[in-house]
Each structure stands twice: as structure tokens, then as C-alpha cells.
Design a protein around this ligand. Structure first.
Ligand SMILES: Nc1nc2c(ncn2[C@@H]2O[C@H](COP(=O)(O)OP(=O)(O)OP(=O)(O)O)[C@@H](O)[C@H]2O)c(=O)[nH]1
Ligand SMILES: [Mg+2]
Length: 304
């Protein structure tokens, strides 16, 4: 990971690592993106056979709608499995360092750049599946979050030849991945009608937004139950507290388990605090706590 800059995370961030073999055009893709939105910063582009990018590059792009896209320019694959894994581990390490347990949701997608002008496939092409599996295991990357981008269409070769290569590539390595519901394939051509780097990134961001909205909708019923439960427990808590602190009451003072149940319940619910969503497990736990608390309050009231 080296000295890759660490950012302050935002909930709406969309992180997109750019992966691919050495010289495929990853840094050039980043530069096209930066250029299209008027950023002056540039990633270093190489002319040599060895990898030019030797560490993770972090580039931030603010899109309309308050979304910050963080593009990670990575060193090229091709020195073998071990070096591929080191690159991927650096990406995962950076994500974890910045987003902690929210890394999977921050990872918006992966762009896999492939040089279509090459007449021989590099070793790393055959390991694409393995790369994606690793990211799936570590960060929950699903196939529908992968975009294969073919670069260097403008190398003087007829389109039929390059299209033939593209078909071969899909048949040999990407056949199980490039599907309507799976990974996307985009050609990075030069020309007005061609999709540019910004369009590729925007379409990933659109998918991420839609997925996040769906997730929020699924969590909504939990939120509703949670708010109701919180109100109920809050009332129980204030009633119990009034009774327990009445000077004339005959009831014994609250016992330690009573206090513990109240503190845990109120603490978990964050009475007066922000509404958050809960998953089913927490919800069940809260319902249990509520029942216990209610029982204890009734027992106390019976003694008054
Ligand atoms: N014609 C053409 N050349 C490209 C394109 N993309 C990149 N190049 C050239 O390919 C060479 C390598 O580009 P880079 O962007 O440095 O490739 P990279 O994948 O970042 O390479 P590493 O960092 O070394 O892994 C440079 O000479 C670029 O100018 C493209 O779409 N078309
Ligand atoms: Mg590079």
C-alpha cells in the first residue's frame, strides 16, 4: 500500500479500483477521467515494458449529486500470482484502513482494463476469475460490479480484427462473467460517439446508487419497528424511574439486574438519539430485552 493517501470516509463514497495487466492503459484511463472533469492532476503514464505505476494511486472526483468517486490506480499484473495477490491485498488493505467494516459497501465496482491491440494474451488474463474471486471473498465484490474495459482500439488495426479478439477473449476467459446480469463490457474508443472514461464511471455510480436505495428500502420496515420499540421502552423507562424514585414508595430500590436491563436496553436503543436501521438479529434481541424490562417493571409496580 506504501504511502497511499488515507481519506476521511463518507457514507456516499464510491470506490473504484482500476485493475489490469502492465501497460493495459489503467493510468491513461484515470487521466482521461480527470481530464474530462477539468482536474489538473495526472497519473504517471509509462512507455516502458515494465510496470510504470508502482504503488496505489488515489484520485478523488466529485460528481454531481454529492457523490465522491475514489479511483484507485494500481500497478499492473503480470509478474505472476504472488504479485497479483500483493496488488489486490493492497487494494483491500486500503479499503479496510479507510472504511473499516463498511469496505464492501464502499467498493462500488472494479474496472478491469484490457489492451485489445495485443495479439497474445498475457498470463494475468487467465487469472481474471481468480482476482475477482479474491475480491469477492475479501470485500463481497459481485460480478455485476465488474466492468471490463478494452483499450487501444485506435492502433491502426481494422475493427474486425479487434472485434474478433474481443470475442476470443470473452470465449476463453470472460465467458462466465460477461452476461446481462453479470460483468459489463465497454470499449474505450477514441472519438465523439465512443463512451469515455467518465461515462463508464458514471454508469457504475448509477448502479451503486440504485443498489444503495434498494438496500435502504429493505431496511425501512426494521427502522419502523425500531422507532416504535424505542418509544415504548422509553415510556417504560420513564415510568419505572418515576416509581423507583418516589420517596414514599414501599418498593425496594431497583436491583442491579433491573438497572442493567434498563441501561442495556436504553443504551442499545439510544433513547433520544438518531434513528438507525437494525438487522433482524438485533431486532429480536431488542424485543427480548423489552419483554424482560417490561416484566421487571410490572414486578416493581406490584410491590408498590
Ligand atoms: N493508442 C492508445 N494508447 C494507449 C491507450 N491507453 C494507454 N495507451 C498507451 O499505453 C501505454 C501504457 O499506458 P499506461 O496508462 O501507463 O498503462 P498502465 O496500465 O497504467 O501501465 P502500468 O502502470 O505500467 O501497469 C502508454 O504509452 C499510453 O500512452 C489507448 O486507449 N489507446
Ligand atoms: Mg499505470
Amino acid at each position: 500500500m506504501g504511502d497511499a493517501p488515507i481519506l476521511n470516509p463518507r457514507e456516499t463514497d464510491v470506490v473504484i479500483p482500476i485493475l489490469g495487466a502492465t501497460g493495459a492503459g489503467k493510468s491513461s484511463f484515470v487521466n482521461r477521467l480527470l481530464e474530462s472533469i477539468g482536474h489538473l492532476e495526472r497519473a504517471e503514464v509509462g512507455e516502458n515494458l515494465t510496470s510504470c505505476t508502482d504503488r496505489l494511486g488515489v484520485y478523488t472526483v466529485e460528481l454531481s449529486g454529492g457523490v465522491r468517486v475514489i479511483v484507485l490506480d494500481t500497478p499492473g499484473f503480470d509478474d505472476g500470482i504472488e504479485s497479483d495477490m500483493k496488488i489486490l491485498k493492497d487494494v483491500v488493505g486500503w479499503l479496510r484502513k479507510v472504511y473499516g467494516r463498511n469496505s464492501a459497501s464502499a467498493l462500488g465496482g472494479v474496472i478491469y482494463v484490457h489492451d485489445i491491440s495485443q495479439d497474445r494474451l498475457s498470463g494475468s488474463s487467465s487469472r481474471t476469475n481468480m482476482h475477482i474471486q479474491m475480491l469477492n471473498k475479501e470485500c463481497g465484490l459481485s460480478l455485476d460490479k465488474v466492468t471490463f474495459v478494452t483499450s487501444k482500439w485506435s492502433q491502426g488495426l481494422p475493427d474486425e480484427v479487434l472485434e474478433g479478439r474481443e470475442e476470443e477473449l470473452i470465449r476463453m476467459y470472460w465467458n462466465k462473467m460477461v452476461r446481462p446480469e453479470g460483468a459489463r463490457l465497454r470499449r474505450l474508443r477514441v472519438g465523439a460517439e465512443a463512451p469515455c472514461a467518465l461515462e463508464v464511471v458514471k454508469s457504475i455510480v448509477q448502479d451503486v446508487k440504485a443498489e444503495r436505495a434498494r438496500r435502504a428500502e429493505r431496511a425501512a420496515p426494521h427502522t419502523k419497528v425500531f422507532v416504535g420499540l424505542r418509544k415504548k421502552v422509553s415510556t417504560i423507562f420513564s415510568d419505572a424511574s418515576t416509581i423507583m424514585h418516589r420517596p414514599s414508595q414501599k418498593a425496594p430500590p431497583a436491583t442491579e439486574p433491573d438497572v442493567r436491563v434498563i441501561i442495556t436496553t436504553v443504551g442499545v436503543l439510544g433513547v433520544g438519539g438518531e434513528t438507525t436501521t437494525v438487522d433482524e438479529g438485533i431486532q429480536k434481541k431488542l424485543e427480548k430485552l423489552e419483554k424482560r424490562l417490561f416484566k421487571r417493571v410490572l414486578e416493581l409496580l406490584a410491590r408498590v
